[in-house]
Write a protein that binds this ligand. Structure first.
Ligand SMILES: [Zn+2]
Length: 419
């Protein structure tokens, strides 16, 4: 919602800003490419987030002024441009904290953003490096003075996940036209499989003693598997990522749904403080959030966080944080069946951590109409298994086992959606 009440004021401001910009332009003789390329304002339940996206990390100075309450952010070496000047239009009238927002050229080298407040706030600033199609971001969260923040909001990576508003999500997805036509998979159209190599970009996942990174080995395994599936006449394969980039969980799920995937396979490597822990495991989504085993797993990885030192703990903290409940029982049944088939074949080439499919409320498994599993291919924290994970032979064996699982799932009458 835009704020139409301040239109005339804004126009005056814009005119002044344009004049200041022209002035500075004539002094330097040539305009540099704009530093700030996007502004987003996102009112959430307990705070409002303002994101400034920029070509380079922003050098800034911020201070709060009272009577009236306002937050001032001076951005160094920035010129007022249409993005900054138009930011005020993004403010919703219903925003609990922001009355209006304006930007101007403060001096030759400084652009100033003034956020007029409806109530006193505490402001939290967080700079994020470029990931997944985004440039540098300066995130400014406004909280009520009296309110308390949740622990989640203090986690920069979760903050990063949250920074995907609707528009960003749409931008990260393949166009609708690429989606395959409807019909019965394997008869009217190929069976569509979405592979999801875990982690990526600044999220390395777990890291082994010899610095093997989960994000790298799982991508390699996924690529082996993709090559195998591509040879199957009746199957089509997509990947949520095929490079070293960070992809938020909900984008991964959204990609699967956009491609009308029949199966979703998330590929990971496990980690635990006890280096003796070993073996592959398969997770399917639980109907009631985490089962007790998964809850213990969660508690272990959370508690292990501080004592591990140089060794990475579970790389799946993003998953760990995001526990869910409520999914369709039918899909859970299919996921368990699919997971069981994969586990059976994995058991032929690897030690199994557990002999049955585990259930947990992992966020990537939350595609309610797509049977989905998460494969922990081995423990990267176990020296022996880390060494194995690095070998092409094991990567290929895991890929073959997953494919064999896919085939037996369908051969035994696995449910294929009629979408
Ligand atoms: Zn992982």
């Amino acid at each position: 919602m835009t704020d139409s009440h301040h239109n005339s004021g804004r126009r005056r401001l814009l005119r002044g800003a344009a004049a200041a910009w022209l002035l500075s332009l004539s002094r330097t003789g040539m305009a540099a490419p704009p530093l700030v390329v996007a502004v987003r304002i996102w009112p959430a339940a307990s705070y409002t987030r303002i994101t400034l996206e920029s070509r380079a990390p922003l050098q800034y100075r911020q201070f709060i002024l009272a009577n009236p309450d306002r937050l001032v952010v001076d951005i160094q070496d920035a010129r007022l441009n249409s993005v900054l000047a138009g930011a005020g239009q993004l403010v919703s009238e219903a925003d609990p904290y922001i009355r209006r927002m304006r930007a101007g050229q403060f001096d030759q080298r400084t652009a100033r953003v003034v956020i007029e407040l409806k109530q006193p706030v505490q402001a939290r600033f967080l700079a994020l490096p470029p990931v997944a199609g985004f440039k540098n971001r300066l995130i400014m969260d406004l909280y009520p003075l009296a309110g308390s923040r949740s622990a989640l909001q203090d986690d920069p990576l979760l903050a990063l996940l949250e920074d995907y508003n609707k528009g960003d999500l749409a931008r990260s997805l393949p166009p609708e036209s690429q989606a395959p036509r409807a019909g019965k998979a394997g008869r009217d159209r190929p069976i569509i499989i979405m592979l999801d190599p875990g982690h990526g970009g600044e999220d390395s996942g777990a890291i082994g003693k010899f610095r093997t990174r989960e994000k790298d080995v799982v991508l390699k395994i996924a690529r082996h598997l993709r090559a195998l599936i591509e040879r199957e006449p009746n199957m089509k394969v997509y990947m949520t990522r095929n490079e070293d980039v960070f992809i938020p969980l909900k984008v991964r799920v959204a990609k699967a749904r956009r491609q009308r995937a029949d199966l979703f396979v998330s590929i990971h490597a496990d980690a635990f403080t006890n280096r003796a822990a070993r073996g592959a495991s398969v997770f399917a989504l639980s109907t009631k959030g985490a089962t007790s085993a998964a809850a213990r797993f969660l508690a272990q990885t959370q508690n292990a966080a501080d004592e591990v030192g140089g060794v990475s703990r579970s790389g799946d903290r993003y998953l760990d944080h995001a526990l869910f409940d409520l999914v369709q029982t039918a899909t859970v049944k299919d996921s368990l069946k699919f997971g069981g088939a994969v586990l059976h074949h994995l058991g032929k080439i690897a030690h199994l951590h557990k002999r049955s499919v585990d259930q947990a409320g992992f966020a990537v498994l939350k595609a309610p109409d797509i049977p989905s599993i998460l494969v922990e291919t081995a423990f990267i924290s176990n020296v022996e298994e880390e060494r194995r994970l690095r070998t092409t032979r094991y990567q290929q064996q895991v890929a073959q086992s997953i494919l064999a699982g896919i085939k037996s799932y369908f051969a035994s009458g696995g449910v294929i959606s009629g979408r």
